[in-house]
Design a protein around this ligand. Structure first.
Ligand SMILES: *Cc1c(COP(=O)(O)O)cnc(C)c1O
Length: 396
């Protein structure tokens, strides 16, 4: 038995996207910049992918810049906007719970004299729009806040923050929304959010890995970070991944069309698992109890080690995560939980189970049998120290 409950790390590629991609991995190999028939067919597919991604967020096709993923879209937005705006100021406002793609890109900019204001969050991981308003100065050029948190699922008041940026921000101040974790689950309208830039990734919405997109509102000037050919209207040089773009476009379009039904079904399954998991001693929900992604269940287990729980779950056939896949292997507690006020010893016991479009009722039935037992066994002082099938005692 194998149950995948780590959709916040990545999702399986859906069949329709795979099938749409196959021709572009085979005979339709043309370079979309070539003027001959091979190139024109690739160009048509690429244009259609731009249109599909744009439609899914209420944008126009020329406002979409294809990238190699969420990380590149975020780096392009932050570095491109920071350098383009440096004549007006050096201050960038963000939150302490952003993805490392945001936080580490900003730490890099700090080395060049940019000033980063990292806003605190509440116990649920939420950014207060009033804090954003207070942090914006005449010298602020970018504000970057996520749509939803990938570790604990908390949804940010992004539309309210967009309003603050428009009202309080100096002329030219840009608002970047990292929508990578939320895009499969929440309706997105770039106008309503007040976003100037918005980052997306194919592999978080049942599309392929290695492709993403940056929405760049018409008239927004940023400095390209890759120099070369004139692809993506000079905003991102390099021959495009046509198959990847096609797959992402199809997956995103279907995700939007099916969203209401998927959300309803997955939330119900998640809530059943949540009730079973939270019934255990010493298990506490992390993130907002209501304003959270419908697929994410995140908890801290008292007196337990999240990494050890993930190993035990894996041996029992369940794929989960301590938090973000990107920090696996690190012994540091999650920066998200730390920012939410969890002391290191509590943050150590974190576990994230994230459902997806393909999660079944039978899988959740099985998980309800297995997960609470493993959490109970994992607590220090638990009567039983489980032996794994390889015969090694797992540290608990
Ligand atoms: C996954 C993720 C990213 C990074 O996207 P990649 O496509 O993996 O580079 C950025 N932000 C958030 C919120 C994410 O969940």
């Amino acid at each position: 038995m194998s149950i995948y409950l780590d959709h916040a790390a990545t999702t399986p590629l859906r069949q329709e996207a795979l099938e749409a991609m196959l021709p572009y991995l085979g005979g339709e190999f043309g370079n979309p910049s070539s003027p001959h028939s091979y190139g024109r067919r690739a160009r048509a597919a690429l244009d259609e992918a731009h249109e599909r991604i744009a439609r899914a967020i209420g944008a126009g096709p020329r406002e979409i810049v294809l990238t190699s993923g969420g990380t590149e879209a975020i780096n392009l937005a932050l570095k491109g906007a920071a350098w383009a705006g440096k004549g007006r100021g050096h201050r960038i406002v963000t939150s302490a719970v952003e993805h490392h793609a945001v936080l580490h890109a900003l730490q890099h900019l700090e080395k060049f004299g940019f000033e980063i204001a990292e806003l605190p969050v509440d116990r649920y991981g939420r950014v207060d729009p009033d804090h954003v308003a207070a942090a914006i100065t005449e010298r602020t050029t970018v504000v970057a806040i996520q749509l939803a948190n990938n570790e604990v699922g908390t949804i940010q008041p992004v539309a309210a923050i967009g309003k603050v940026v428009r009202e309080k921000g100096p002329k030219g101040c840009l608002f970047l929304v990292d929508a990578v974790a939320g895009a499969a689950w929440l309706p997105i309208d770039v106008e309503e959010l007040g976003a100037d830039m918005l980052a997306l990734a194919g592999h978080k919405l049942d599309g392929p890995k290695g492709v993403g997109a940056l929405y760049l509102k018409k008239g927004t000037h940023i400095l390209a970070q890759l120099q070369g050919g004139n692809q993506e209207r000079f905003r991102r040089a390099g021959t495009e991944d046509v198959a990847g773009a096609v797959g992402m476009g199809v997956a995103f379009e279907l995700a939007v069309a099916e969203r209401d039904a998927t959300v309803k079904r997955v939330r119900k399954l998640r809530d059943r698992l949540r009730a079973a998991v939270l019934a255990g001693d010493g298990v506490e929900l992390t993130g907002h109890p209501r304003d959270r992604l419908p697929n994410v269940l995140s908890v801290v287990v008292g007196d337990a080690d999240g990494a050890a729980i993930v190993v035990k779950l894996d041996l029992a056939g369940i794929a989960g995560s301590v938090g973000s896949a990107c920090t696996t292997g690190s012994t540091e507690p999650s920066h998200v939980l730390t920012a939410m006020g969890y002391p290191d010893d509590e943050a150590r016991g974190s576990l994230r189970l994230s459902l997806g479009r393909s999660t079944t009722e039978a899988e959740i039935d099985a998980a309800i049998e297995i997960v609470p037992r493993i959490l109970a066994e994992s607590r220090v002082g638990a009567a039983v120290i489980a032996a794994d099938p390889l015969g090694q005692a797992v540290a608990s």
